[in-house]
Design a binder for this molecule. Structure first.
Ligand SMILES: [Zn+2]
Length: 261
């Protein structure tokens, strides 16, 4: 079974059915991260269509300013969600620094909720890697996925020492920087993602379909001198460990544990 631990299925538009077919046919367990409330509502309907899709609620840092003053309204969605994401900070692509306090406020609200509700988180860290690490330490969030890490190697090593998991995505096929990062990630913390449909679109201009995850796994295999099968098995085992024994992840846990590695 393949693992796409960070994807935006609600953004597939008119190729959605094709994307869902690929997920079923190739058996790609997919964590469908939300960007905001409407996105999560849509993802929940998609989640109902396949047991391989796990929708999770979060407010993306780009969307944070709109929600910073109505955080308590988010609580019912957080409570309903089996994990938290996408959340985080973006101090790189988001140039308007006046939004940074709102981003931080929203992120801290989610981290506090994740700690209280004992849920794992899926994080966007672009340009704010160090700030995120400090917040994970402060909120004592041990179960964290850092998505598409591209920051400095010293902070990467600190995050590794802290025990964060990392999703390596489609950029590993093209970028030496991402390859170097992928080599640093220890086997027990390695996960895979596409961030599709936007991930590949950003890199190559084409809509990224779920099967792109196979190329990520193959590239990781080549980098780590391992077979694609053994990378896939490692990633699957890692996700099972990350899910721990969360009662709200029982179904996902069962699918992942019963499927052949
Ligand atoms: Zn994302």
């Amino acid at each position: 079974m393949l693992i796409d631990a960070h994807a935006h299925l609600d953004k597939y538009g008119d190729v959605l059915d094709q994307a869902l077919d690929e997920i079923e046919q190739q058996r790609i367990f997919t964590i469908a991260t939300a960007m905001d409330v409407p996105s999560y509502v849509q993802l929940q309907t998609l989640g109902a269509r396949s047991p391989l899709i796990l929708p999770t609620f979060g407010i993306h840092p780009r969307r944070a300013p709109e929600y910073a003053d109505r955080l308590t309204g988010l609580l019912p969605f957080i409570e309903r969600s089996p994990a938290i994401g996408e959340i985080g900070l973006d101090f790189h692509w988001v140039k308007d620094t006046s939004t940074y306090p709102a981003q931080t406020k929203v992120l801290e609200y989610f981290l506090a909720a994740a700690r209280e509700q004992k849920k794992f988180v899926n994080l966007h860290t672009k340009g704010a890697e160090k700030e995120i690490l400090r917040l994970l330490e402060r909120y004592d969030i041990k179960r964290a996925i850092v998505h598409w890490y591209s920051g400095p190697l010293n902070i990467l090593r600190e995050l590794i020492a802290f025990g964060a998991y990392f999703t390596v995505g489609v950029e590993v096929c093209f970028s030496d920087t991402i390859k170097a990062i992928a080599r640093e990630i220890p086997e027990r913390l390695l996960l895979t993602e596409t961030d599709n449909p936007g991930g590949l679109k950003w890199l190559q201009g084409a809509v990224g379909m779920p099967v792109e995850i196979e190329k990520v796994v193959d590239t990781l295999g080549a980098l780590r001198q391992a077979s694609s099968e053994s990378v896939a098995r490692t990633v699957q085992e890692n996700l099972v460990r990350l899910m721990d024994s969360d009662p709200w992840l029982k179904e996902a846990h069962a699918i992942l544990s019963q499927s052949q590695f």
